[in-house]
Design a protein around this ligand. Structure first.
Ligand code: NAD
Length: 259
């Protein structure tokens, strides 16, 4: 077990990628705070972890709400005494061309990804600097590296996370904190399942064509990245023993984007 005695906060961990990482971390011995807008689903994740012998708590947290983020971090630190790994994972998507996109929809996507990552970073670093150790992980995307049509705020926000991650790597170094970004290709989660029909409609093609000719077109093998792939990389980043691995973007995408 690679994360014994570590406490991890994962936002958006009630489902999808965050939940897969939470379950993997718990199997590796970590105590996991499952933070999400959807408290009932977060509690269900916690229940699954506990049934498997792991330790977890559910936190009701909207990552765009400063008081909720701070209260969640304070609660887990009060209970477990440390915050060793924080993953800013919560995210949403919005499919629409830039010229019809409303300012409200732009701000909503930016807020969850960028304001959310900032608030989680700020609350986590206060504790990590006190401990003089910690590991920040941001959930970027292949869209941290390249653009696709219909996803302007998502692409802009995911590029922005690269800058935040690198800044935290520079500032955190003196305090024993590493910071890295995971950049997944398409993973079958509700976030992706929702956008398949939306993209089919916007592009005037079938759902099968969206998967084959849009989502997986540039992969080396036409395969989706899996939840397990991302959980494995998240474990590797958290367990890495030295400051050699910091400020990096790990692209996990079946070769869709090669850097
Ligand atoms: P998902 O929709 O399955 O899960 C997202 C979770 O975030 C949900 O549980 C949701 O309730 C929660 N959430 C949404 N807004 C929130 C908020 N304001 N505060 C707290 N929680 C909130 O999505 P996913 O595919 O698991 O995505 C997780 C992360 O991975 C996102 O940042 C996403 O951009 C990124 N990502 C996903 C893919 C993919 O193909 N699925 C690819 C690259 C990057």
């Amino acid at each position: 077990m690679q994360l014994i005695d570590k406490s991890a906060l994962i936002t958006g961990a009630a489902g999808g990628i965050g939940r897969a990482i939470a379950e993997r971390y718990a199997r590796e011995g970590a105590r996991v705070a499952v933070a999400d807008l959807d408290l009932a689903a977060a509690e269900a994740t916690v229940e699954t972890i506990r049934r498997g012998g792991g330790q977890a708590m559910a936190l009701a947290m909207d990552v765009t709400d400063e008081a909720a983020v701070n209260a969640g971090v304070e609660r887990m630190v009060a209970e477990w005494g440390s915050l060793d790994i924080a993953i800013a994972n919560a995210g949403i998507q919005h499919i629409e061309p830039v010229h019809t996109l409303s300012f409200a929809d732009w701000r909503k996507v930016m807020a969850v990804h960028l304001d959310g990552a900032f608030l989680v970073t700020s609350a986590a670093l206060r504790q990590m600097y006190r401990q003089h150790s910690g590991c920040m992980i941001y959930m970027g995307s292949v869209h941290s590296k390249l653009a696709s049509p219909l996803k302007a705020p998502y692409v802009a926000a995911k590029h922005g996370l690269v800058g935040l991650c690198r800044t935290v790597a520079k500032e955190g170094a003196a305090h024993g904190v590493r910071s890295n970004l995971i950049c997944p290709g398409f993973v079958r989660t509700p976030l992706v399942d929702r956008q398949i029909p939306e993209q089919a409609k916007a592009l005037g093609i079938s759902e099968e064509a969206v998967i084959r000719d849009v989502m997986l077109k540039d992969t080396i093998d036409g395969e989706f990245t899996t939840l397990e792939d991302i959980a494995e990389v998240a474990l590797h980043l958290a367990a890495f023993p030295t400051a050699a691995l910091t400020g990096q973007s790990m692209v996990v995408s079946h070769g869709w984007y090669m850097q």
